[in-house]
Every structure is written in C-alpha cells, then in structure tokens.
Design a protein around this ligand. Structure first.
Ligand SMILES: Nc1ncnc2c1ncn2[C@@H]1O[C@H](COP(=O)(O)OP(=O)(O)OP(=O)(O)O)[C@@H](O)[C@H]1O
Ligand SMILES: [Mg+2]
Length: 391
C-alpha cells in the first residue's frame, strides 16, 4: 500500500514546515529549524532557502553588481599577480605570466558579459510583452518579480502605466462607439422620417400627374414612368441605407431577427452561401450585447464579401449558461491577422481592431484564426452579465 510521503519544507527564511503529501497544501506545522531538522528522517526536502549573503548580492542594482564583481576580480588578480611575479617572473617564465594576464582578462569579460546578460533579461520580457500588446493581446503584462530592484521598479511602473492606458483607451473607445451608434440611429431615423417621406410624396405627386396626362402625349407619359421608377429605386436605396445604419428590427425584435434579415439581404446581394445557426439565442439580450454582436457579424460578413473571395460562410451563435459563443468561418483566401493587426498603415485593420475592441468592451474575447489560402475563422465569447453602462 502507498504511504504518504513525508516532506521537509525549508522556506526562504530558513523556517521549517513538516508535512505529508496529503496535508502539504493544507496547513503545515512550523517548527524551529535546529530542533526539527536533525531528529526525523524525511522522504523529500523542499528547500527555498538562499544564503542571506548571496541573496543580498543578488538583490543589488546592476551597477553595484558590476562594481562588486570587478572589484573582486581586480583584488584576486592583483594578489595572484604579485604572487606569480615574485615566484615565476624572476625566473624568466614571462609566457606563464602573460597567460595569467590573458586568462584574467578573459574571465573579467566573461563575468561582465554574464552579469549584464542576466541583468538585461527582464528587458527581453518587456520587449516580448510589448510585441504581444502590439499584436492585440492587450491584457499582457510584464513579469514583476526580478532580482534587480531597479528592474522591479521599472516593470511595476510599466504595468501601472499599461493598466491606466488600457482603462483610458477603453473609456475613449466606449464613448466613440456609443457616439457612433447614436449618430447612426439619428441618421437612420432622419432617412426614414424625412427623406423617405419626401420621396413617397414625390411618387404620389408623379402618379397624380400621370393620371391627368392625355393619351395624346405618349412621350411625356414615358418620361414620367421613368422618373417614377427612378424615385422608387431611390426610395428602396434610402430604405436599405437606413437599415444598414441601424436596423430598427434590432431594437424592436432583437438580435436573431436582425441577423436573419441581414444575412438574407447579404446572400441576395453577394451570392455567397451563408449558413446562419442561432442556438438558444432567441430570447432578448441586453441592448449593448445585441448591438455588439450584430456589428461584429456585420463587419465579419462585410470582410468576407470584400476580401475573401469565399463561396460559403458559416455563422454560429450559441448561448451557453453564462456566455455567448460565436464562430464566423469562411472558405476564402485567408490572410495573416498578425501582420494586419501590427501593420503601421493607419487605415488598415480598423475593422478587425473595431471588432476586437467592441467585444473586449463588454468583457469578452475575440480571436482571428487565418492563414493565406486556408480560409478565416473568427471565434468570440462574451459574458451574458456585462457591467452596466459600458456602451
Ligand atoms: N475574411 C477575410 N478573408 C480574407 N482577408 C481578410 C478577411 N477579413 C479581413 N481580411 C484582410 O484584413 C484586412 C483588414 O480588414 P479590416 O476589416 O480591418 O479592414 P478593411 O476591411 O480593409 O477596411 P474597413 O476599415 O472598412 O473594415 C483586409 O484588408 C483584408 O486584407
Ligand atoms: Mg473591414
């Protein structure tokens, strides 16, 4: 039968905790080190103890570490040099002393190189974190535990700055998106209430004139017919524009109805076969969430039509217990999301950044998976309970 393994845990302050594997995570009892260490036999010893002198040197700033290392080397070199000179130089062993000088130099360069490399390792982490943040992983932070107090201070300040920039950016993005939605709503309402009404009056007027024109004026009749058709087309365009700007069905009937209607129009306009699967999302969601999900699907499908040369596309939204999962997949030409997201070109990637931004503002996450010639998949997850008043 397996018996629990007994552990001797020596922590960084040289205090001892005894435990078995079963109770190790619970609350190990601590005992003074001298008393306990000798009297029992232990299966394993877990030691986090570092000699205080080594620890003190390790936690010095880089400048002091270099001074300490070089002073030690110079002192050792001077003592050894004096000794060797006395012993061998007088006997003519110049080559041997030269070898000593050369080794000392090599050792000094090596020690300084290792020290500086180790000291600058946290900067590599900073560079990695910055690269990831630029690629869109905005939640990434620099590791704060380092051996160098100055580096520790630097990484802490950097993380604090990233946190504050992140919340400022979120607030700014939220107000821009909110203003954009309000403006779209206003223009859609104006198009519907003003422009559509005027066009409808115009069409009625044309019809009335058509009725009173005598059959003896066929040219005029033809002209009016053409004008009437043009007015009808313009009315349809205005109507579609208002829907694209802000479909009233999104406010009145909710996300499912708005997406079904959008996808139907998309298929008719582009000829791309879209399979829309809405699983358990018939119930109304919060207005913010519905707007965000609608805009993301809209942008994703617009991209499919503009860039993908795809034949088919699958859009799935599935409601889980506390979140909504979404997948938008096409079989088109694909692209490199990392290259687009990190592109310096100000105009590029606005749509992709906008999608990510909107989803992150409601506490969700969104990833692009695509490679040239291998189609594109967008995966997202948003929590159902979002903080009030984000959008
Ligand atoms: N589904 C896709 N298939 C292939 N390439 C895509 C797809 N989605 C995006 N891309 C590529 O990513 C680039 C950036 O897309 P993004 O939506 O950010 O900008 P855009 O569509 O060019 O302009 P807009 O800001 O008007 O949306 C596109 O120019 C295109 O090259
Ligand atoms: Mg786009």
């Amino acid at each position: 039968m397996n018996r629990p393994c007994s552990l001797l845990n020596v922590d960084s302050k040289m205090e001892i905790a005894e435990s078995t594997t079963e109770e190790a995570v619970a609350s190990p009892r601590t005992t003074p080190v001298e008393k306990k260490a000798k009297q029992d036999a232990w299966d394993r010893c877990v030691c986090d103890y570092i000699n205080p002198v080594v620890d003190k040197v390790r936690r010095r700033p880089l400048f002091q570490k270099v001074i300490i290392a070089n002073t030690t080397l110079i002192v050792i070199g001077a003592v050894m040099g004096l000794y060797l000179e006395k012993r061998y130089f007088d006997q003519g062993a110049v080559g041997f002393v030269g070898l000593f000088v050369f080794s000392g130099l090599a050792l000094s360069i090596l020690v300084n190189y290792v020290l500086v490399r180790l000291a600058f390792r946290p900067l590599d982490d900073v560079a990695e974190a910055m690269k990831a943040i630029r690629a869109g992983h905005r939640g990434i932070r620099v590791p704060e535990v380092t051996d160098d107090p100055q580096m520790e201070e630097l990484s802490k300040s950097l993380n604090a700055m990233l946190n504050s920039l992140d919340s400022q950016r979120k607030r700014a993005a939220a107000s821009v998106i909110q203003a954009q939605e309000e403006e779209r709503k206003r223009i859609a309402r104006e198009l519907h209430d003003e422009t559509s009404q005027s066009l409808t009056s115009l069409i009625i007027g044309i019809r009335m004139v058509q009725e009173v024109i005598p059959d003896t004026m066929p040219d005029l009749r033809e002209r009016l017919k053409a004008i009437n058709e043009q007015a009808h087309e313009t009315l349809n365009e205005v109507h579609n524009m208002a829907i694209r700007l802000r479909p009233s069905v999104l406010d009145d009937l909710g996300l499912s109805a708005a997406l079904r209607s959008y996808v139907k129009e998309f298929i008719a306009n582009t000829g791309i076969a879209v399979n829309l699967q809405l699983i358990a999302v018939n119930e109304r969601l919060s207005a913010e969430l519905e707007t965000v999900l609608y805009r993301v699907v809209q942008e994703a499908l617009t991209n499919v039509a503009r860039h993908a040369s795809a034949r088919k596309c699958q859009v799935t939204l599935r409601r889980k217990e506390s979140s909504i999962l979404g997948i938008i997949e096409d079989d088109g030409r694909g692209f490199s999301p990392q290259r687009v997201m990190m592109s310096e070109d100000q105009g590029r990637g606005l749509g992709l950044h906008g999608m990510k931004e909107r989803i992150e503002l409601v506490g969700g996450s969104l990833e692009f998976e695509s490679r040239p010639e291998e189609g594109t998949t967008i995966m997202l997850e948003v929590p159902l309970l979002i903080k009030e008043g984000i959008l």
